[in-house]
Design a binder for this molecule. Structure first.
Ligand code: FES
Ligand SMILES: [Fe+2]
Length: 360
């Protein structure tokens, strides 16, 4: 927790979840809970959700809108900037209280890119742009296709998985190898044609791309037959993209790739894949944000947000939402495969015999 989660830039929310002044959501960095809140001037703060008085949890509601937060224990009140605002019987109880030093602790760095809000708990962290490095080029081609951008659809799904967070992180950046074997049943039942092309098998067309700071991605153009255009989006959506803002190389990427997963280290991922929302329906390209939040060494809370283009005509984002659920929702066919197998690693890690026999 200290060496990774308290040092890196961690994803905390999508801007569209907190569009108005006072909007907030509760989120985690590592195992610490934070209030991600937009203040009255529109600035986003990431406040540690523990009272500076006796450490009680200040905000107990998953999301809402408030100019202030009041701790339930003794009713200390904080502004949505985190500043200390008041306490009952202040004059009697705290004659010399220095209000300036009792505000909620907050993440020293908060920044966003294409609607993704990140925070770092390390005062000496590099800027978000430096941290992302070349990954930024791919964020532009995935999320920056027009000025209006993407928005979350509905609430994030959350579910518990008995596995270690690193299995999810690695799976999204560096493991196309598992696709033709673990996910074979998706082809067998007719949900995912040509699963072989998704992996490292003889017809595999997946590529792994690695960046500095631990980020990486898998790109693929083989799931569906050509002709490819605009990442597999139908013209109704593709026509709303401002592709002239991209470089020729970025344009080439958009034209030729539809299936992408990535990891922004340590635990934030994205999956974009075309999938059929209903039997015999044409594939809809879905985009999901994924976060594997550690709950000890052998537990994850999976967080899953579906994104849609704000410019998409009515109904198309909903089709993509259903397609995404069928693949990578809590009961998605691919998600079930993945989460079942990840559980073995922490069990092996705890095994006496594994240690004794030198298994690594
Ligand atoms: S613990 Fe929060 S007001 Fe006392
Ligand atoms: Fe998988």
């Amino acid at each position: 927790m200290a060496r990774i989660f308290a040092r890196c830039w961690c994803f905390v929310a999508h801007e569209s979840e907190i569009p108005e002044p006072g909007d907030y959501v509760l989120r985690y960095i590592g195992q610490d809970q934070f209030i991600v809140v937009r203040d009255e001037d529109g600035q986003i703060h990431v406040l540690f959700n523990k009272c500076t008085h006796r450490g009680s949890t200040v905000c107990r509601v998953e999301k809402g809108n408030s100019s202030h937060f009041r701790c339930p224990y003794h009713s200390w009140v904080f502004k949505n900037t985190g500043e200390w605002s008041g306490a009952p019987y202040r004059k009697k109880a705290y004659k010399k209280l220095d209000a300036g030093s009792w505000g909620l602790a907050s993440a020293p760095h908060v920044d966003s890119v294409h609607g993704l809000v990140f925070a770092s708990l390390d005062p000496d962290a590099p800027t978000l742009d430096e941290y992302l490095g070349e990954m930024r080029w791919y964020l532009d081609v995935l999320l920056g296709l027009n000025d209006t951008g993407m928005t979350t659809i509905g609430e994030p799904h959350r579910w518990r998985v008995p596995a270690n967070w690193k299995s999810g992180a690695e799976n999204f950046m560096a493991d196309a190898y598992h696709v033709p074997s673990l996910h074979r049943s998706a082809e067998d039942v007719g949900m995912f044609p040509r699963i072989e092309t998704g992996g490292a098998g003889p017809q595999g067309v997946s590529r792994h791309v690695y960046f500095e700071h631990g980020h990486g991605m898998i790109v693929n153009n083989g799931f569906l037959p050509p002709p490819w255009h605009t990442s597999g989006y139908p013209p109704e959506i593709a026509d709303t993209f401002q592709l002239d803002r991209l470089t020729p190389l970025q344009r080439q990427f958009v034209d030729n790739h539809s299936a992408t997963t990535f990891l922004i280290f340590p635990n934030f991922g994205l999956v974009r894949v075309p999938a059929a929302p209903h039997p015999d329906a044409p594939p809809a390209v879905f985009t999901q944000l994924r976060q594997w939040q550690p709950v000890g060494p052998d537990g994850i809370t999976n967080w899953n947000w579906t994104l849609g283009w704000k410019t998409a005509p009515e109904g198309l984002n909903e089709e993509a939402y259903v397609a995404g659920l069928s693949m990578h929702g809590p009961a998605g066919i691919l998600e079930q495969d993945d989460t079942v197998v990840w559980g073995g690693a922490p069990q092996a890690g705890k095994s006496v015999f594994a240690r004794k026999s030198g298994m690594r």
